[in-house]
Design a protein around this ligand. Structure first.
Ligand SMILES: Cc1cc2nc3c(=O)[nH]c(=O)nc-3n(C[C@H](O)[C@H](O)[C@H](O)COP(=O)(O)OP(=O)(O)OC[C@H]3O[C@@H](n4cnc5c(N)ncnc54)[C@H](O)[C@@H]3O)c2cc1C
Length: 713
């Protein structure tokens, strides 16, 4: 739709701006509105003692420049920059120097798939990156490379993830030395493009219900891979439609004659390497049928396919046998005693894929926020009578949309850096506590962050008005490509239940005298107070120092959201009681379902508190005072915005009295306003080159000029 001819000259109520000079009610309203914009109210006693008082603005936000803004951005960049920033910059430079590898705004599915494969091959063969080696030796660098590849094109990041986290990861983590020796180099240098074939038409989340079979044939010393019915067709398999030559196929391992009464024995889900295309001719191998899952609503650079196996024979050696093996005479051995334990160990080894998705989702959020904030600073609409128009980021509503999101991108940055560090440590030490910790943390962060990013991209699009709708400005692709992050590598709703389940397990162990694992230590501290009541005195405290005190913020985050009592420990107590009560009539499964929303909220609020705790730690550890001051401001906004969003819960349990609720609201608006003053520095600090941002409206300079040039002027 073309813009309405009067739109540019009208205020939201429809009054022409020119009329603002006159003493009409509309003019008075407009003037008052302008005053609000220019002199935002601040909470009482906010400034003098504020740790951020050096950021207090001059009179007109629209033309304000932060003193030493460039230094602030540079210092922030230095702090944010991980150990592997140099590797990321090399990749950015590589893609920037190769126009032939840049993804155009419009292209067919077939062309996008070919480009994506060329991009991956160039990254490996021309840029000399060896992702599987990185994953094995330094996972943090591997994730940094994956994020940078996703910056070039999210399809590329996912294609890389399929090849290395999934196909490569399954071979090196579920297989043994013989598999490494045979496949490692070919996977690393992309001679062996491969797939990870777990999902079937009828089963995605419920992996234990997969139906594909791998039956041992003792005569030929082979496994026979078979798709027993249409529901067992492997579906959505990345790299399968066009490029893959191998697949790790998840199937039930069947041993003939070894069950009760000579029946076949089902040993549960195992992983097998199955060649699917000829290494030389690329022809699909006999007994395998591959069809294309077709055009998707995003990620069209990745070729997802469906696979059916008709009694395909593979050597016994192709069983990835780290957790279970079959001998030449058909005997099964495993160090793990039950099917459930083997299954948990198998899936546990695949946690790296989830870590990568959480990490890359933050990268996508940063790109969306950078574009939206830069555009909001550039875009001027309306203003006080006879004065220049102001930037749309000076509207309180715009700050409300974008500043908490900017704060969240910082919070998630620190949380996922910590996750990657823990993952790397886990791979080195195989420490059992750490394994459990990383499993739950990666599930929770992946679910929480990808859901948040998916919603935020739409808000960023809207915040850029009509120009946010131009494909070249990227929100459509970001939204569509990222959307599936909520589903693959574990559906978010299913993953959050794992977090809740783990919290319950920790809680029960506590009461049985067991120890709590590292991340959940705070439960131990709060356990002693789970029966106490909110403090009626602190419930009324509203001073800025108190509201910006990390102790208050952390304590508040740990308030449970649904129970009439408070604190996570209290919620756990009530959920455990509810589960026990309902299980008597409904059984364990029915009781869990009866409490499901409660459990999901528990998991989310727990993850929020983990994110906040890490953010507070990262602020404390920042060595540069000025940078620490800025980060503290951002962290306070993150914390108070989350508390405000859930204020009903806090009010319901009288954790927060009405006066305190008002003070939190007012301070949140004020902090959004203060963060706005350093918004440019905060997005610049992410240090993403223009050629990676690509959206003309998100460029660091000359944005309008680049945009007009793009459309042909
Ligand atoms: C683009 C793309 C690429 C993919 N790549 C691969 C790949 O390379 N290899 C591979 O093996 N798979 C791949 N997948 C499959 C993906 O991993 C699955 O889609 C995912 O695991 C979810 O499974 P599902 O689709 O069966 O969803 P379902 O499990 O059927 O979920 C459907 C809905 O039911 C809800 N639900 C399900 N169970 C529960 C529960 N217990 N409690 C509450 N709600 C529940 C979910 O929240 C969801 O909203 C890919 C999928 C896509 C779309």
């Amino acid at each position: 739709m073309p813009p309405h001819p009067t739109a540019a000259a009208s205020v939201p109520g429809g009054e022409p701006v020119a009329a603002a000079d006159e003493e009409s009610p509309a003019a008075r309203r407009l003037r008052r509105l302008s005053l609000h914009l220019l002199q935002p109210s601040v909470p009482s006693a906010a400034h003098a003692s504020s740790p951020s008082s050096s950021l207090v603005p001059a009179a007109c936000a629209g033309r304000r420049v932060v003193e030493g803004g460039g230094d602030v951005a540079a210092a922030l960049t230095a702090y944010l920059r991980g150990r592997h920033r140099a590797a990321q910059m090399r990749l950015y430079d590589f893609f920037c120097a190769r126009p032939d590898l840049q993804t155009p705004v419009e292209m067919t599915t077939a062309a996008h798939r070919e480009l994506c494969f060329r991009q991956l091959r160039a990254l490996v063969r021309d840029a000399g990156v060896r992702p599987l080696t990185l994953m094995a030796n330094d996972p943090a660098e591997y994730f940094a490379v994956m994020e940078a590849a996703g910056g070039a094109d999210i399809s590329l990041g996912v294609k890389l993830g399929v090849q290395y986290s999934l196909w490569g990861g399954s071979v090196i983590n579920l297989g043994t030395k013989k598999h490494r020796d045979k496949y490692f180099d070919g996977i690393d240098n992309l001679d062996y493009p491969g797939c990870f074939a777990m999902t079937e038409l009828h089963h995605g989340s419920n992996v234990q219900a997969l139906q594909t079979t791998a039956t041992f044939d003792p005569v030929t010393d082979e496994f026979i891979i078979n798709t027993p019915n249409d529901g067992a067709i492997k579906w959505w398999i990345g790299n399968a439609a066009v490029h893959g030559k191998f697949a790790t196929v998840f199937a039930r391992l069947i041993l003939p004659l070894q069950g009760k009464g000579g029946e076949p024995a089902d040993m549960g889900i195992h992983a097998f390497i199955v060649p699917i295309r000829d290494l030389e001719t690329h022809a699909v191998l006999p007994g395998i049928e591959i069809n294309d899952c077709g055009h998707k609503i995003g990620l069209n650079g990745v070729d997802n396919g469906a696979l059916r196996f008709r009694s395909v024979r593979i050597p016994r050696d192709n069983l990835l046998n780290r957790f279970g093996d079959v001998s030449r005479d058909g005997k099964y051995t495993s160090s793990l005693p039950t099917i459930n334990k083997r299954f948990a160990a198998t899936l546990g080894e695949l946690v790296g894929g989830r870590v990568g998705i959480a990490f890359c989702s933050v990268g996508v959020l940063k790109v969306a926020v950078i574009i939206a904030v830069r555009y909001a600073l550039l875009r001027h609409q309306f203003g006080p009578p006879k004065q220049p128009e102001i930037s749309v980021l000076d509207y309180q509503s715009h700050q409300h949309k974008l500043m908490p999101m900017l704060a969240s991108s910082y919070a998630f940055h620190f949380a996922t850096v910590q996750l990657v560090d823990k993952y790397s440590e886990m791979k080195k030490t195989n420490d059992e506590d750490l394994i459990a910790d990383v499993h739950v943390l990666s599930s929770g962060l992946k679910a929480y962050i990808t859901s948040y990013t998916a919603k935020s991209i739409s808000i960023c699009r809207e915040a850029c008005g009509g120009h946010g709708y131009a494909a070249v400005n990227r929100f459509g692709a970001l939204r569509n490509d990222h959307d599936i992050f909520q589903t693959f590598e574990g559906d978010n709703t299913v993953l959050l239940q794992q977090v809740a389940g783990d919290l319950l397990k920790q809680y029960q162990e506590k009461f049985k005298g067991g120890t709590l694992s590292v991340t959940w230590n705070y439960l131990r501290d709060s356990m002693g107070t789970y029966l106490s009541q909110p403090n009626p005195v602190t419930a009324r405290w509203e001073g800025e120092d108190h509201l910006r005190d990390p102790n208050f913020q952390l304590d508040a985050f740990r308030v449970n959201k649904l129970s009439p009592q408070y604190r996570t420990s209290r919620l756990l107590h009530s959920v455990a009681a509810r589960l026990q009560k309902h299980s008597k009539t409904l059984g364990g499964f029915g009781a869990w379902n009866r409490c499901l929303n409660h459990l999901l909220t528990l998991a989310e609020s727990h993850i929020e508190s983990v994110i906040l705790a890490q953010f507070i730690e990262s602020v404390k550890s920042c060595p540069d005072e000025k940078t620490r001051e800025v980060l503290k401001l951002v962290c306070d906004l993150y914390a108070l915005d989350r508390i405000w969003k859930d204020i009903g819960t806090y009010r319901n349990v009288d954790y927060v009295a009405p006066n305190k609720a008002k003070a939190i609201h007012k301070l949140t608006d004020y902090l959004s306003y203060q963060v706005r003053l350093v918004a440019k520095e905060l997005v610049d600090a992410f240090d993403l080159p223009d050629l990676i941002i690509r959206a003309p409206i998100g460029m660091q300079s000359e944005a309008y000029a680049q945009y007009t040039q793009y459309v042909g002027f």
